[in-house]
Ligand binder design. Structure first.
Ligand SMILES: Cc1cc2nc3c(=O)[nH]c(=O)nc-3n(C[C@H](O)[C@H](O)[C@H](O)COP(=O)(O)OP(=O)(O)OC[C@H]3O[C@@H](n4cnc5c(N)ncnc54)[C@H](O)[C@@H]3O)c2cc1C
Length: 383
């Protein structure tokens, strides 16, 4: 008999999201352990998304914005999104919540400072893992660890940001600046992202979409300029920093392993945007439901053909002609009805929404890149 019903490898967003659901309602799952390499959690990121209805982390949301701004190309789009506000939650609040939930359940345990070594090995009625030199056996494995070798992708979304406090009112609460696009980085799409917590406190991020990943050090000068611009000459105190690099298309579910993989590098991130938090929550709901019913775990559901095709063409256009990005994003945000735009960005698009997005954009650059998207549509997954 395996020691565990479910072993979750990696206790970040995906691993904790799944375990949190099993802690609450285990069903036929008798024992779950999360093995996490870190020895503790720290406030290392902020998760944002559009609220499209009630969700399980409502109480953790620190700030909501009813308007979103995109600026560039000498134009500005100020979009009313009050019906589906842009929301942010702090990773530390999420980690604390999950640690508390797992700790108060008799079914789940969280092992910190517990790096899983190598790959799981198939053993009769389950899997064997090595954790800290010890062998652990589990009936089901859900592996959310990032891969050792980073995948090929069309673009990397690299970003470096900080939460700053200014000595004067400098930010506009209520308006999330999703993109303040800046020219001058050839072959890359570069912009500032500003989430104001108050008039004097904001998360300011410098983001670059480019074929190569950029480190936080490489993004440093851009971030310094972004902070100076966003804080309009006020004196600035940096409260904390966060950075990352997200793969942008075509990362589908990884099917090379005979066990279930999940998370950022296994299809969790929307290819054209890098948004992953809500997709991870939808996956965790589905995976937990199956495990509770005694069924095998599952990975991310592949995107439909329309989404795959549109994301692929969009990324191909950005990669081939990054200088057009301001014009394209401004067209997208000014010409698409907000509800349709948000549904499209949040994976809830109808065919009508997808058509509205297509109509908002100039056809020629996209038609030219259409052939590059065909293999993605034909071989990338289910429609
Ligand atoms: C700074 C930042 C901001 C982001 N902001 C947003 C946002 O606003 N909205 C959005 O939708 N998405 C956002 N994302 C993207 C995505 O939501 C996050 O990357 C999310 O954390 C992905 O979850 P995950 O579980 O796949 O990866 P992670 O949360 O990174 O978890 C993977 C875990 O595996 C652990 N691990 C690695 N190796 C081992 C090992 N050998 N053994 C055991 N454990 C191991 C790691 O320590 C880590 O805890 C952001 C990403 C970053 C980095």
């Amino acid at each position: 008999m395996p020691d565990l019903d479910v072993a979750i490898l990696g206790g970040g967003c995906a691993g904790l999201s799944l375990a949190e659901r099993l802690a609450e309602e285990p069903g036929r799952v008798g024992s779950v352990a999360v093995f996490e390499a870190r020895d503790g959690y720290r406030p290392d990121r902020t998760w944002s998304f559009w609220r499209q209805g009630p969700h399980r982390f409502e109480s953790l949301v620190r700030t909501s914005w009813d308007r979103m701004r995109v600026r560039g190309d000498g134009r500005e789009a100020l979009v009313d999104c009050a019906a589906f506000p842009y929301q942010a939650l702090q990773a530390q609040d999420f980690y604390d919540h999950c640690v508390q939930r797992l700790g108060s359940s008799e079914v789940t345990s969280l092992e910190l400072d517990a790096a899983v070594e190598g790959e799981p090995r198939c053993s009769g009625d389950g899997w064997t893992l090595t954790v800290g030199g010890e062998e652990v056996r589990a009936r089901e494995i859900v592996d959310t660890r990032p891969p050792d070798v980073l995948p090929e992708c069309l673009l990397w979304q690299s970003f470096s940001g900080c939460v700053v406090r200014t000595d004067r009112a400098r930010f506009e609460p209520g308006v999330a600046t999703l993109m303040d696009l800046a020219p001058g980085d050839p072959g890359a799409v570069a912009f500032t992202y500003v989430l104001p917590w108050s008039e004097r406190e904001a998360l300011v991020e410098w983001t670059v979409f480019a074929p190569q990943r950029r480190s936080a050090e490489q993004l440093g000068p851009g971030l310094a300029q972004a902070v100076a611009r966003a804080s309009g000459g006020a004196s600035v105190h940096v409260e904390r920093e966060e950075s990352g690099a997200l793969p942008m298309g075509p990362i589908g579910p990884r099917t090379t392993a005979p066990w279930v993989r999940a998370g950022l590098f296994a299809g969790a991130a929307r290819p054209a945007t890098g948004y992953a938090f809500q997709r991870i929550q939808r996956w965790a709901d589905r995976c937990a439901e199956r495990l509770r019913a005694g069924q095998p775990a599952v990975g991310a559901r592949p995107d439909g053909a329309v989404t795959r095709a549109m994301d692929r063409v969009f990324l191909e256009v950005l990669r081939a002609d990054a200088a057009r990005a301001p014009e394209l994003f401004l067209d997208l945000f000014t010409r698409t009805e907000p509800a349709r735009l948000v549904r499209f960005l949040s994976d809830g698009a109808t065919l009508g929404d997808a058509l509205a997005v297509v109509r908002a954009l100039p056809p020629r650059p996209f038609l030219r890149r259409l052939p590059a998207a065909l293999p993605e549509v034909l071989h990338g997954g289910t429609a």
